[in-house]
Design a protein around this ligand. Structure first.
Ligand code: PMP
Ligand code: GLN
Length: 389
């Protein structure tokens, strides 16, 4: 628009005054600009199973092109309920306890808008995914940031207990964890269950990386723990599991009374989620092999990437789950994390994400995150550059 019109635009008081463009968007743009290998933003650079794409085409050709039911198509909700029961021995009712969402991002925002009243506190464990705190603030809530233990990123239950107040409405957890790649153990989930037992605090359990757990470990879904499942909104996303992050289809599983409140907001938030993808995902889920094979698929990539990193001066942190690998940069550079990631992208040609982006106060512990959901050739190309450091 011309400057005359722009000058007449009323000034706005921002709902999110401290928020800029997300680090993932910024780093992907910088990577493209400098032709860098993009190990920053988390997404696969390889194709999904062609039969999944065929299933979408078939659904479109079968005429599934109008609004689906507000809560999602029945066959997909039933398929999700069957899968959760098979994996975690918890029976969710596909009609009243599962809702299809436009990815996990919308699922989390809608959950928060449905449960948080102005002034309510929501506990987040830092470092945490960058949408959580702005979501809480949009609902008029107060984000209470509790640090995961520095160095190990394990939950500190004494600190979580100390953060609980009569205003605490919910706690938000994420396992496997972005960015630290830790996964919660059964004992840790039980500790959370015990801690919350005497309270009315709700749980939002972000489990988008549920099928990326390594070294024979088991994903400890909140669904497995009755005292947690009773109070939990469990969030997942097909984008991660089936290598289709651009489809933006996910779901929320929660007890019927919680789901009813979720849907009140959902219907005025997105109303419905694209129909043909839902039919395709339902058909594709009939075969458990793709998600059961995911740990081995990603563990091989993790190990390939770590072998290469072992020949660099980075200190390699643990990766128990997710498709992220964190490294300590202190032997490689004197720069802070954010400057290091910019420099690494521009001068070395590999994009990474600074961990400080997952903290409110920009805490800099000299650790950056790489995503290894990439073709082997991409990982090898990045490693060749990193080994020059
Ligand atoms: N939570 C976490 C921890 C994530 O890493 C992501 C991935 N970007 C999301 C939520 C959002 O998932 P989706 O792309 O399905 O919205
Ligand atoms: N979840 C992905 C990551 O952590 C990216 C999603 C996004 O770009 N917002 O890298």
């Amino acid at each position: 628009m011309n400057s005359e019109i722009q000058a007449r635009t009323p000034a706005l008081s921002s709902r999110l005054p401290r928020v800029g463009t997300t680090i993932f968007t910024v780093m992907s743009a910088l990577a493209a600009q400098h032709n860098a290998v993009n190990l920053g933003q988390g997404f696969p650079d390889f194709a999904c199973d062609p039969s999944l794409v065929d299933a979408v085409t078939k659904a479109m050709q079968a005429g599934h092109n109008q609004y689906p039911p507000m809560i999602g198509v029945a066959v997909l909700r039933q398929a999700i309920a069957r899968k959760i029961e098979a994996l975690h021995r918890q029976r969710y009712d596909g009609d009243s306890e599962i809702t299809i969402t436009a990815g996990a991002t919308q699922a989390i925002l809608t959950t928060i808008l449905a449960i948080v009243h102005p002034g309510d506190e929501v506990i987040v464990l830092e470092p945490c995914y960058d949408s959580y705190v702005p979501n809480i603030e949009l609902a008029g809530g107060v984000a209470v940031r509790v640090p995961l233990t520095p160095g190990t990123f394990r939950p500190d239950f004494a600190k979580i207990a100390a953060a609980l107040t009569p205003r605490t409405r919910a706690i938000l957890i994420n396992s496997p964890h972005n960015p630290s790649a830790t996964i919660w153990s059964e004992a840790e989930m039980r500790s959370l269950q015990d801690l919350l037992a005497p309270t009315n605090v709700l749980l939002i359990s972000d489990e988008v990386y549920e099928h990326m757990v390594f070294d024979g470990q088991q994903h400890q879904s909140a669904a497995r723990f009755p005292g947690l499942a009773a109070r939990a909104f469990i969030v997942s996303s097909f984008g991660k599991t089936y290598h289709v992050t651009g489809w933006k289809v996910g779901y929320v599983a929660a007890p019927a009374t919680l789901t009813a409140e979720f849907r009140k907001v959902h219907q005025f938030n997105v109303f419905t989620v694209n129909t043909p993808m839902q039919y395709a995902l339902a058909a594709y889920m009939a075969d458990p092999a793709p998600y059961l094979g995911l740990p081995a698929f990603y563990q091989r990539k993790r190990d390939l990437f770590r072998e290469g990193l072992a020949k660099t001066r980075f200190k390699i942190l643990h990766t128990e789950g997710s498709y992220f690998q964190c490294v300590d940069i202190s032997q490689v550079s004197d720069l802070g994390e954010a400057d290091f990631c910019q420099w690494l992208t521009r001068d070395i040609g590999v994009a990474a994400i600074p961990l400080s982006a997952f903290y409110g106060m920009g805490f800099d512990q000299r650790v950056v995150r790489f995503c290894f959901a990439k073709q082997d050739a991409t990982l090898l190309a990045a490693l060749e550059r990193l080994q020059k450091l």
